[in-house]
Design a protein around this ligand. Structure first.
Ligand SMILES: [Zn+2]
Length: 132
């Protein structure tokens, strides 16, 4: 399996991007601070997951656009029921995609900026007592 597919698989399965074994989420909307298996700190820097919100927004809006625009362009479909069903989707889809946008962001980040220097990981492990 290529390196890209490995990271993509780990991201979509919500696993640690470093070891691929540890779960990223402990409960529906709470992430582990560190991988339970390899102890890697998921949030590599402050504001790290703000990019996952952008991924979440883009994917949600693309899905809504792909579904709603063709339906709205069809004259035989009444507009009011379409709005009643479609408008809540703008809130529901980002909630449903919350986990996987985090996983995809970690996968993308680790693919583009891998831990190729042991210093980052070792320094992170050395400073783990600071985060407890
Ligand atoms: Zn791990």
């Amino acid at each position: 399996m290529s390196r890209f597919m490995t990271f993509l698989k780990r991201g979509l399965l919500l696993r640690c991007p470093v070891c691929g074994k540890g779960h990223a989420f402990r409960s529906p909307f709470k992430m582990y601070e560190r991988c339970p298996i390899c102890n890697f700190r998921f949030e590599r820097e402050e504001g790290y997951f703000s990019s996952s919100m952008a991924i979440n927004l883009v994917i949600s809006e693309l899905i809504i656009t792909a579904v709603v625009v063709p339906l709205a362009a069809t004259p035989s479909i009444p507009l009011v029921p379409l709005l009643i069903i479609g408008a809540p989707m703008t809130v529901i889809l980002p909630v449903l995609l919350y986990h996987h946008s985090h996983g995809l962001w970690m996968a993308m980040d680790h693919y583009l900026h891998p831990i190729n220097t042991p210093g980052e990981y070792i320094a992170d492990l050395d400073n783990q007592h600071l985060y407890r």
